[in-house]
Design a protein around this ligand. Structure first.
Ligand SMILES: [Cu+2]
Length: 116
């Protein structure tokens, strides 16, 4: 291989590497840059189902459904009482990690908060 060809391949590799890095930065889940975020509970689901936030971000769940729901973290890191229509529950995570939660009245309803 000529030196020229080798340089071309090296240059191409570097360009592809940085291209992929840029694409990765665009598609990876980024923390919501806000001091507070909302999760809607409606039609037996949490929306958004999965949320990425920075530690210290206040999360508010609001029950927009016609029936009661709860928000219970698997390891009881946070746990709401029974929320009737339009009632809210707030939690501010301080430790990074993945928190999976569900509705104790309808355990098939699940959601996730990823704290960075
Ligand atoms: Cu429920």
């Amino acid at each position: 291989m000529t030196k020229r060809k080798r340089l071309f391949i090296l240059g191409l590799s570097v360009a592809i590497f940085f291209g992929l890095a840029v694409v990765y930065r665009m598609v990876r889940p980024r923390p919501v840059e806000a001091s507070a975020v909302e999760v809607r509970i409606d039609n037996f689901s949490f929306s958004p189902t999965s949320l990425v936030v920075k530690a210290g971000t206040q999360i508010t769940w609001t029950n927009r459904d016609d029936i009661p729901h709860t928000v219970v973290e698997e390891d009881k890191v946070f746990q709401s009482r029974v929320l009737d229509t339009d009632e809210k529950f707030m939690f501010t995570p301080t430790k990074p990690g993945t928190y999976t939660y569900y509705c104790s009245l309808h355990p098939k309803m699940t959601g996730k908060v990823i704290v960075r």
